[in-house]
Design a protein around this ligand. Sequence first.
Ligand code: HPA
Ligand code: ZN
Length: 332
Amino acid sequence: MKNFIHALPKVELHLHIEGTLEPELMFELAKSNNIKIPFNTFTEIKAAYDFYNLQSFLDIYYQGANVLVKEQDFFDLTWAYLLRCKEDNVMHTEIFFDPQTHTSRGISFDTVVNGIHRALLRGKEELGISNNLIMCFLRHLNEEDAFRTLALALSHKDKIVAIGLDSSEIGNPARKFERVFKKAIKNGFLTVAHAGEEGPPKSIIDALEVLELSRIDHGVTCSEDEYLLELLALNRIPLTICPLSNIKLKVFKTMEEHNIVKLLRKGLCVTINSDDPAYFGGYITDNFLAVAKAHDITKTEIAQFTFNAIEASFISDEEKDRLTLIINNYLT
Ligand code: HPA
Ligand code: ZN
């Protein structure tokens, strides 16, 4: 099973590029950019990454992102992730970035997006990994800030396919961003949003109704509501699930208790992703392995996660057919 999972061609749909900042690069950039971070050693980092909920993670995560200053820093961050994708046999990845985390510190939107984009182009050319870029609004910030950020994104429309919503779910309902999402949709962006990570099923239902989403990021609390489960299964509304993240942030106590396999068997379009791998202890292959270790699951079911991710991705039908064929060939 281990070898099967490692070599399985994969598609990642839920990955925050700022969440791929490994301690080595964090220390290196802190030094070269002369930025103070609250850790001096790997041991201190390890101790700090002992999260008890989403907010306890976010507080540390935004501090880490402070070391990213120059366009080259964003390039290096993204390139390191793509090299890791190559090792994990990722064929296609759709990554999030959080411009407000950087513009609020005086880093320009152009610096962020151009650095990431340059690495993505090189990843496509040199590593053969295709990609889509998704810009997230931070939901703890206000609507006005989101509108300002959307205006900046419009001049990079060629590089960004969709708009997302991340950060603190509790206390920041989807409704807060209804108008800015409407404007984004009018401008041709697709939409996704984090919902049902810590929030109740109602938070998923509201997000679907108000933001016209193509998929839900996380969405694991859906199992508390039979009506919602049926809605998600019947309409094949994708959930981008991040198993190791859910354990690190105490959404589930153990991987054995995680509902991802149950959701798969109920016919939901669930996928496996890594969220913030540098903080949660594993990239996409590690997430697959952790699920397979904790659950009695067949190779056919494991491959279904990739078929689902192809179905849920923002690539053309021709490209979906091409990737599907690669998996079918892998299975025979
Ligand atoms: N949830 C919400 N916001 C985030 C996450 C997450 O898992 N990771 C990075 N930003
Ligand atoms: Zn996330």
